[in-house]
Design a protein. Structure first.
Ligand SMILES: NC(=O)C1=CN([C@@H]2O[C@H](COP(=O)(O)OP(=O)(O)OC[C@H]3O[C@@H](n4cnc5c(N)ncnc54)[C@H](O)[C@@H]3O)[C@@H](O)[C@H]2O)[C@H](O)CC1
Ligand SMILES: [K+]
Length: 246
């Protein structure tokens, strides 16, 4: 792991600002679309659909948090549906921060992806049975999480911790509860089977145990010149892949 280039949270924020600044001009929606797509593609690599086995589990339970990490999860759910999985989204705190979140929800409705809300806080676990669930997508918190974790997420994450040996968790960008720079320092944190770092791994990824967690990088949206300017080499993605296993 130590040979993998990581960037600090401060630098990651600068990279984002510049990507979405007036010169380069990406929009948040564009980056989120590519980020969510790359997480869905990681799932096709780690948990491919076996067409020869009609009994294969295809339910993917996506938990979307209140910020942009949650938005990545909503996008990921749509792509998973198109890839032949059965995504189920739990989105307990909807954001009004950006108007396009409503559109992401409409798109999920259009593809008939079930969305559980705050009203399902007593029964959401009924949809997350280990015997039916292929994997969980942790899109709860990313690089803006600041401990201690507040409700309802603390209880949700406690349930995930109890399930993590039975159902593999795929973490989007930062495993929920981890500090972006210092890793699993808070009281409540998950241990994912798969981590998908977006754009470039953050320092917390140095704390994953490679025997327990596969590490991918996704969010293929920067040039060599841009990466070099921020002190790292771009990742050697293959062909049209949006993710690379590190
Ligand atoms: N270029 C990229 O790499 C891209 C990354 N994307 C994803 O965006 C997240 C970061 O998104 P942001 O909205 O800044 O923050 P979070 O999603 O991590 O969470 C903010 C959200 O959470 C609440 N919150 C924070 N701490 C707590 C707490 N202790 N308890 C409860 N709630 C908490 C806070 O109030 C906010 O509501 C990044 O990691 C990527 O996944 C984008 O998709 C664009 C491309
Ligand atoms: K996460």
């Amino acid at each position: 792991m130590s040979s993998i280039k990581v960037v600090s949270s401060k630098l990651a924020a600068e990279i984002d600002q510049e990507l979405m600044g007036p010169q380069i001009g990406f929009t948040l929606q564009q980056l989120m679309e590519l980020a969510g797509f790359s997480v869905a593609q990681t799932i096709t690599h780690e948990f491919p659909i076996n067409k020869a086995n009609p009994n294969m589990k295809k339910n993917v339970f996506i938990i979307a948090g209140p910020g942009n990490n949650g938005g990545d999860g909503l996008v990921c759910a749509r792509h998973l549906k198109l890839f032949g999985y059965n995504p189920i989204v739990y989105y307990p705190r909807r954001t009004e921060k950006q108007p396009f979140y409503k559109q992401l929800i409409s798109q999920l409705d259009f593809f008939k992806v079930p969305i559980l809300s705050q009203d399902d806080s007593d029964n959401w676990l009924d949809y997350l049975k280990p015997e039916n669930t292929l994997c969980i997508v942790d899109a709860i918190f990313g690089f803006s999480f600041k401990p201690p974790m507040r409700e309802p997420f603390k209880s949700i994450v406690d349930h995930l911790i109890a399930l993590e040996d039975k159902v593999p968790i795929v973490a989007v960008d930062i495993p929920t509860g981890w500090d972006v720079d210092q890793g699993p320092i808070s009281e409540t944190f998950i241990t994912p089977k798969v981590l998908v770092s977006l754009t470039v791994p953050k320092p917390c990824s140095a704390f994953i145990n490679p025997k327990l967690t596969s590490h991918y990088v996704g969010g293929r949206f920067i040039s060599r010149e841009f990466a070099n300017k921020f002190g790292f080499e771009p990742f050697d993605y293959e062909g049209t892949d949006q993710v690379l296993k590190l």
